[in-house]
Write a protein that binds this ligand. Structure first.
Ligand SMILES: *Cc1c(COP(=O)(O)O)cnc(C)c1O
Length: 362
């Protein structure tokens, strides 16, 4: 017998996702600024709801997520029937890819795009097509020019990770309007709450049947450890995605915590305000020290050094002080470090390290 088991096409082309490091050898006091987590943690109401769920662990959760979808709909002003919830927004992105792309199809991502997109494309045997960006900004014209009759999905994160830049409203609309109706535009809004006044693309979803918005509880809501995300699209798309979703994909505890978190709008607003304050303070400090830094609309900044070697040396300087930031060479940004915006103390420590590294006064 010469037959051997073989995985589906594309699977072996997947390069495993690399997550932010969380330890430094020999230290138990590390400051982790590598995964864009909320430095203040989740809302107290979310923690209480999670704890209360412990009394019900023998019960299966609801399959329709009605309570959570209603809460999201009420807070964001959206129709709950057009919302789908998943195990992180990663799972919603997976539903979309699995439902709409397959072997031989093309999935468009961008030069510095989130590394999950090519993984998801390969997982269904589709070919990720990478489109160049312009100075770390998504280039709408280049995306439109890259569309072929095989294109099924375009993935962009807005604000983008790891650059923190944003496609302006008019350009976003031009992208949605310019794509063929047969191509899904995924607007990954993982950082939407950090961008002042941005609806994540919800209004474009209302306007275009082929636009899907994804959101997460992992970033501003501080629930990355619990894995909850959601998507918003027109009814026909949600109906498709629900067919590939496992009925019990979310636990009772996940839904309870997420519902409490989204309803705690005062806390969400406070987190966004603190983030904006320290993000802009960090950027100013970096620029004054001669470190390049685009305006960020997310909860991290991208520090741009003169060379990959300098970025590597600064990363080592951070590690020596017990601070973990993210090297982003895998995102074609070898001269950069992505640094999550922490609280005041964390921000001052970050600037202190860079000042000593550059030999300048803070
Ligand atoms: C963090 C992040 C997500 C969120 O993933 P979850 O699965 O919801 O934790 C999605 N997209 C981008 C671009 C991200 O950076």
């Amino acid at each position: 017998m010469s037959e051997t088991i073989q995985p589906q096409p594309g699977i072996m082309e997947i390069a495993l996702y690399v997550s932010g490091e969380s330890t430094v050898a020999g230290r138990n006091d590390v400051l982790k600024l590598s995964s864009n987590e909320n430095p203040y943690g989740p809302s107290e109401a979310a923690k209480a709801a999670f704890a209360a769920a412990a009394g019900n662990l023998h019960r299966y959760p609801s399959t329709d997520h009605a309570g959570l979808r209603q809460a999201i709909g009420a807070v964001h002003g959206l129709d709950p029937d057009r919302i789908i919830c998943g195990v992180g927004s990663d799972e919603v992105l997976q539903f979309i890819t699995q439902s709409y792309a397959g072997v031989g199809d093309e999935v468009i991502t961008t030069e510095h795009g989130f590394s999950m997109y090519p993984i998801l494309a390969h997982a269904v045997g589709a070919r990720p097509v990478e489109v160049a960006e312009k100075e770390r900004r998504i280039d709408v014209s280049a995306i439109l020019a890259a569309v072929t009759e095989r294109t099924k999905i375009v993935f962009i994160a807005n604000p983008a990770n790891p650059t923190g830049t944003m496609v302006p409203g008019g350009e976003l609309r031009r992208l949605a309007a310019g794509l063929p109706g047969s191509v899904i535009l995924v607007l990954d809004g993982a950082y939407a709450e950090f961008a002042d006044g941005f609806d994540g693309g919800a209004s474009l979803v209302d306007e275009f049947p082929n636009v899907v918005m994804t959101r997460t509880f992992s970033k501003i809501h501080g629930l990355g450890g619990l894995r909850i995300g959601w998507g918003y699209a027109q009814r026909a798309v949600i109906d498709v995605l629900n067919r590939v979703r496992q009925p019990f994909n979310l636990s009772q505890a996940q839904m309870a915590a997420a519902e409490a978190a989204v309803r705690d709008t005062a806390y969400t607003h406070w987190c966004a305000t603190e983030n904006a304050r320290w993000r802009d303070w960090l950027r100013n400090a970096l620029v004054q020290m001669g470190v390049g830094c685009d305006e960020s609309h997310a909860n991290f900044i991208l520090a741009r050094f003169a060379s990959p070697a300098e970025a590597e040396a600064c990363d080592a300087a951070f590690k020596a002080e017990g601070i973990i930031v993210r090297r982003v060479a895998g995102y074609k940004l070898p001269e950069c470090l992505r640094i999550t915006v922490g609280d005041e103390e964390a921000s001052r420590r970050v600037v202190g390290v860079i000042a000593r590294f550059k030999g300048v006064r803070e």
